[in-house]
Design a protein around this ligand. Structure first.
Ligand code: UD1
Length: 349
């Protein structure tokens, strides 16, 4: 008998994808990973097997490849929904190579939607981002906050993907979509078996902090301390990646309850609280007892001064709110970093 609660997780071997796979499994779903491993490591599959106590099915391929996706949908009977993570996400790179981002992020969504229609699969949770708001005029941002021009081609791809989804739903296609606008996912699974695996020099704050604390990087540069914030450094809404995983489960469960055949909604996924870069460094030092060597540098081009979520809608619509704190996230990120260090020294020795 094949299970009839399979969920395709595109990008399921990636950072947020792999944590969501765990939460799907814990909630009784059968996650099926689709990933091209362009920004993920095959060892994640072994790690997932260790966490779940059983292997996860994985189809290796590119979501832009219609024939590949069609084979996946044919082979995997009992698919009830899709969570679409697979996308490029490096803001800076998207400025250098916009076409790479437009081609990958837009095409993969279009090809996936066609495959879902052909396969009769109607539930989709889409991985969007708070980047769609640009620099908002008022904080915290609600889902009704007017979208400003995006700060990068990456941000623009998320805005356009949301529009593609809205237009498809408007056309009365049999499609129910929940777009989740994540704020800043950080941390790692408490088992320290999965976490963020930045390739090369990390762009994001927390991997840079943990690598500096581990001695891999000499120092962290804080990008600007002259912003109009409490301590002059940028403010973000940092959310534990495990909480983010459970938000996807709630979003799927919500779609299952909706009787309409065609539906589109967006929900902010954040804690509702903003923390500055300096606060993140201080909390990291407090929970780990490790000092972070940092210097204050120039502002980073394209950075937004401050953004954090109004998280009311996620509570109201998804019956979801964060359970884990910034302290939890930074402690888990540090444990993960130490585990990575141990693994690489074992390889080196
Ligand atoms: C951005 C996007 C987010 C996207 C993510 C992917 C926005 C609002 N957010 O997050 O949608 O998913 O990139 O990469 O566009 N910082 C330092 N030093 C560092 C690194 C970062 O001071 O070495 C600061 C940044 O200036 C920023 C904060 O830390 O204020 C967080 O930066 P980062 O982790 O890169 O995330 P965002 O830029 O907020």
């Amino acid at each position: 008998m094949t299970p009839d609660n399979k969920i395709i997780v595109t990008g399921g071997a990636g950072y947020i994808g792999s944590h969501t796979v765990v939460e799907l499994f814990n909630a009784g779903y059968v996650p099926v990973i689709v990933d091209d491993f362009s920004n993920a490591d095959h060892r994640v599959l072994d790690r997932l097997r260790a966490i779940l106590g059983q292997p996860v099915t994985c189809h290796e391929g590119d979501c832009k490849d219609a024939a590949f996706l069609s084979r996946v949908f044919t082979k995997e009977s009992g698919i009830t929904g899709v969570i679409h993570f697979a996308a490029f996400k490096a803001v800076g790179e998207s400025v250098q190579e916009p076409l790479k981002y437009y081609h990958n992020n837009l095409m993969s969504l279009v090809v996936l939607l066609k495959a879902m229609m052909a396969g009769g699969v109607s539930h989709l949770v889409f991985s969007s981002s708070c980047t769609v708001y640009g620099q908002p005029d008022h904080l915290p941002v609600t889902e009704e906050t007017l979208k400003k021009p995006a700060f990068s081609p990456y941000g623009r791809t998320k805005q356009i993907c949301e529009e593609i989804l809205e237009d498809t739903v408007k056309s009365h296609a049999p499609l129910k979509v929940m777009a989740l606008r994540y704020f800043n996912p950080i941390g790692a699974h408490p088992s320290s078996l999965i976490g963020e695996l930045p390739l090369g020099v990390p762009n994001n704050l927390v991997p840079f902090i943990t690598q500096t604390a581990a001695g891999i990087r000499e120092k962290l540069t804080v990008f600007g301390d002259d912003y109009d914030t409490l301590d002059g450094t940028c403010v973000r809404d940092y959310i534990h990646v495990v909480d983010l995983g459970t938000a996807h489960v709630k979003a799927l469960q919500n779609l299952e309850k909706i009787s309409k055949k065609t539906y589109y909604d967006v929900v902010n996924i954040g804690t509702g609280k903003g923390n500055s870069v300096m606060e993140v460094i201080q909390v990291f030092e407090k929970v780990t007892n490790v000092r972070v060597n940092y210097v204050i540098g120039k502002r980073r081009e394209g950075d937004i001064e401050k953004i954090y979520a109004n998280a009311d809608k996620s509570r109201r619509v998804l019956n979801w709110q964060t359970q884990l704190s910034l302290e939890d996230a930074l402690r888990d990120a540090w444990h993960w970093q130490k585990r990575l260090g141990e693994a690489s020294s074992r390889v080196a020795s």
